[in-house]
Write a protein that binds this ligand. Structure first.
Ligand code: UDP
Length: 317
């Protein structure tokens, strides 16, 4: 039985990855310090003998007894409001945490995949974003702690690959959504769905003309699975290229939820908020034979079903 360590296991993506690798017959060690993760996301795995949970901060030395075949490094605050609140932890998990895990990968001769991000492209000047684009990042802006930690993460990962011969894989993840996103995580999809369900104003930042391209979580997990098992060690974009403005997206949520009290309000656009974002997934198609299967409507319906069960509606709403 192959053994895999998944960091950030109690988080949104980490927990879906734990499920996938358990289903594929792996022994999964889930690691999390529960800073932004939630044990509820993996509670159903605790009874399984194929699953172990280590409560640990990967910014500190990481020890795993015995053999290890694979490492997936998915620990990090991942929402802009989270990394604004926790700038130092965000930097540490991307830098020190990655260094510790690369050391572990080297020691165990394990293959390691790191969760990089479309944020390495910053507020992009090239559209759609290809892997060959180097990005437009403000290192000292509010998002710099996340963006630069992830850029450092890619750099040290390539250094361990070339200098120590560690087998590494780098995925650049574009906006992803699905069940188990935290209701209050501040990202646009949980914000809009919870506001619409409660009959509140949907907080469109700025005029809503900025764009994003949203990928359903099962598609992303499939891309990760394929990349981990491929021979390709350069960065690969995984995301859904179906681009939409945030204003249009708010309207889609309003139409899906159909709460007559819900409406659109505007708030200030956060500093350095990227104006456009859309992955070029030509490389993922060529190297992994991967394309997303869920369209936005299907993915949003599945996610809406989840949010209906977790969003609390005040009695007087
Ligand atoms: N956004 C918004 N209202 C919200 C939360 C986010 O209009 O309540 C916008 C945000 O300004 C950005 C986009 O939605 O342009 C996506 O934001 P998110 O925080 O989900 O992720 P990002 O892609 O910025 O990392």
């Amino acid at each position: 039985m192959k053994k895999i360590l998944i960091t950030g296991a109690a988080g949104f993506l980490g927990s879906h990855l734990c499920d996938r690798f358990i289903n594929e017959g792996y022994h999964v060690i889930g690691m999390d310090n529960l800073l932004t993760g939630d044990k509820k996301n993996i509670e159903h795995l605790f009874a399984l003998k194929e699953f172990e949970f280590y409560y640990h901060d990967v910014s500190k030395f990481v020890h795993v007894p015995g053999d290890l075949d694979y490492i997936l490094h998915f620990a990090s605050p991942a929402s802009p409001i989270d990394y604004l609140k926790m700038p130092i932890q965000t930097m540490k998990v991307g830098s020190l945490g990655t260094h510790n895990l690369l050391g572990l990968a080297k020691e165990k001769k394990a293959r390691m995949l790191i969760a990089s991000t479309s944020e390495v492209y910053g507020d992009p000047l090239v559209h759609p974003q290809t892997e060959s684009y180097w990005g437009n990042v403000n290192p000292i802006g509010p998002r710099g702690v996340y963006d630069e930690a992830k850029r450092f993460q890619e750099a040290i990962t390539m250094a361990y690959n070339t200098y120590h011969g560690v087998e590494t894989r780098i995925i650049r993840i574009f906006n992803t959504y699905g069940p188990r996103m935290r209701v209050n995580d501040g990202r646009v999809l949980p914000a809009f769905f919870s506001q619409a369900i409660r009959g509140e104003g949907l907080t469109v930042f700025g005029d809503g003309s900025q764009t994003r391209s949203f990928c359903y979580v099962d598609d992303l997990v499939e891309g990760i699975y394929r990349l981990l098992h491929s021979d390709y060690d350069q960065p690969v974009n995984i995301g859904n290229p179906d681009e939409i403005t945030i204003m249009e997206f708010a309207k889609e949520v309003l139409a899906m939820v159909g709460n007559p009290k819900a409406h659109i309000i505007h708030k200030d656009l956060p500093t350095d908020d990227p104006k456009i974002r859309k992955p070029d997934i030509t490389l993922a198609k060529e190297v992994l034979g991967w394309t997303p299967k869920y369209n936005r409507h299907e993915g949003m319906l599945k996610t809406y079903e989840y949010f209906k069960t977790v969003v609390k509606v005040p009695e007087d709403a």
